[in-house]
Each structure stands twice: as structure tokens, then as C-alpha cells.
Design a protein around this ligand. Sequence first.
Ligand code: AMP
Ligand code: MG
Length: 347
Amino acid sequence: MVTARLPQDEIDRAVVALREGELVAFPTETVYGLGADAQNPDAVRKVFELKGRPATHPLIVHIDHPRQLERWALSVPPAAHALAERFWPGPLTLVLRRAPAVDLAITGGQETVAVRVPSHPVAQQLLRAFGAGIAAPSANRYGRVSPTRTEHVQEEFGAAVPVVLDGGDCKIGLESTIVSCVDAVPRVLRPGAITLSQLRAVVPEIVDVQGASVPRVPGSDAKHYAPRTPLSIVNSRTLEEVVRQLTADHGKVAVLAMRPPRAANKFMTWINAGRRAEIYARELYVNLRTLDKSGAREILVEEVPAGEAWDAVRDRLRRAATAENVVTVDPDIAALRADFGEDVLPP
Ligand code: AMP
Ligand code: MG
């Protein structure tokens, strides 16, 4: 995994592009971002156009150091200070009241702004050299799987984004934890690598209200982070049986599991992503992209364990699945169980 710094001339070229109002894709520790000069409304608008993202869905402003926060936020409450101190640079985004100068194109017309200090050395190089804020969502078409490698950015945008800084594979692989510090009680708007208990160790009163409607978080749309192939979440016990049924007519299926298959099947592509949440998360989007290209009619994802270590993964999978596909229990399998009990299926 390459996370080294880039030669200065590459950074300088990216800075020139940003100053000219062009977009630059750059690595962060979470996913690759599609960046624009946050003080250039035309450049910011290009991000929305290129992604096909609705104008009401805000972008995160990336800054090189917490001290820049005062430029973007009207006020920084003590909880936000404490979180910034503990987790920046890192995979935490803070939502605060916006400073008057913050362009409404970035905030999706809202009075709040999302800010983050990324830790990736190349993101840091770029932000320092640019010397100002970079507004960036994930570098993918709206609603699709986020990129964790430069080749993903190329798959998404090709020549439309000429400057792509290569920082290797993203270490975390899932988008940042978003915490709103706008109201008296800070709230988690999107789960990420920083867990609720880690946040509460710093600010005990934080609550977890994912899916809350205000302020808007694109990642909270019902369908997001989605491959093109329909995706269903399937209980581990029924996985092989669902595969058997879906391949009965020799159609292909793709499986993302935490274990090896218990039965061979030449019509399936099976990825064993293992049982370690951190590694599973890092490879999730790569794996979804691989399975999406396998020519399968459906992607089956083994349901991940309960518990906060899996919160971010569970959240992304739930949104990648079509709502009605969360936990498929085939009627035939239910019948099988009724006839023979749970034992007919592998534990
Ligand atoms: P993306 O990485 O493409 O999901 O885009 C950046 C993320 O930051 C999105 O999920 C945004 O909704 C979130 N975000 C940006 N500004 C705000 C805000 N004011 N309130 C809530 N979420 C925000
Ligand atoms: Mg995104």
C-alpha cells in the first residue's frame, strides 16, 4: 500500500488546476475525494454537475489544520473543539453553523457547513500547498460505490477529471463519521471508522440519530453506495441455499461473505472478506466493484455481525441494498425449515 508523499511538482500541478477552477481527485484516508476550490462557486458547481449530484446535497470542506475551522464556522462550540482536538487529522467530519462567507452551493443551501481535516499525507500536502479549503465529496457518480483507488476514479470519470493524485489504497475505505454540533446535543449523522463509544469518550452526551432528516446527508438517501447489480443481504445460514436457487437455471451470482463457501457452485463468484471489521471495511468497495463486474444477476452479501465495530459497514450495505432486499429469506427455505427444523441448513 502506497501512502507516501508525492513529488512536489505533482502537487503544484494540482494546485494550479484548483486555482484555475478545475477539479482535482485526491486521496484521503477514507475514500478518494473530488475536490474544488471551496471559495470558487463555479468550481463547486462543476462538482455537482460531474457527479450528477442534486444541488441540495452538501459537500465537505477539507482544511489542513483545525485552526482553519474558524474561517468556515460561525462558532465552534466546546464539544466540536474537543472532538477536533482528539480526532483531527482523521476520519471525522464536523457539521457546524456556517460562517457568512461560506458559499451556499457547498452547503446545499443550508445554514450549516461540514468540515474535516484529513490525515492522508497526500491530502495534507495538497491542502498545505493550496493554502485554502477544498470542497469535496467522494469521487464517484451520485449514488454509486465510493472510490478507494485511483483506478476507481478513472472508472467513474475517465478524462473528465484530468488531475488524479495517486495516494494508493485508502486505509479506512469508508466515508468519515459525521457529527453535527449544531444543536445543544451533538448527533452522529453518519457512522464511520470512529465509533460512537470513541466519540462518547470525548463528549459523553453525543447521541446516535442516523437517518435523521435534518441536516441532509446524501449518504443517508435510501439507495446509495450501490453497485449496478442488484444487491441483497442474506443471512449466513441461508446463503448457500439462496445461491443454489438463483443458479438453478445457470444464471450467475456473486457473493460477499465472511467465510468460505460450504458448497461448490460453478455459477458463483465468492469473495471471502473475513471477519475482521476493519479489514472488511477497507476492502468493501473494492469487493463490491469486483463483484459488480463479474456478470452476476445478483450480488448476495452475508449479513454482518451486530455490534458497533460493524456499524459503518452495516450502514453502507443497507443503503447499497434495495430496501426490500435486506435479509432475503426465501419462502422455500422457510418451508424447508418448517419441515425439517434449522438443522437442515448449515450452522
Ligand atoms: P460524500 O462524500 O459524497 O457523501 O459527500 C460529503 C458528505 O458530507 C455527504 O454525506 C454530505 O451530506 C455530508 N455533509 C456535508 N455538509 C453537510 C451538512 N451541512 N450537514 C450534514 N451533512 C453534511
Ligand atoms: Mg459519496
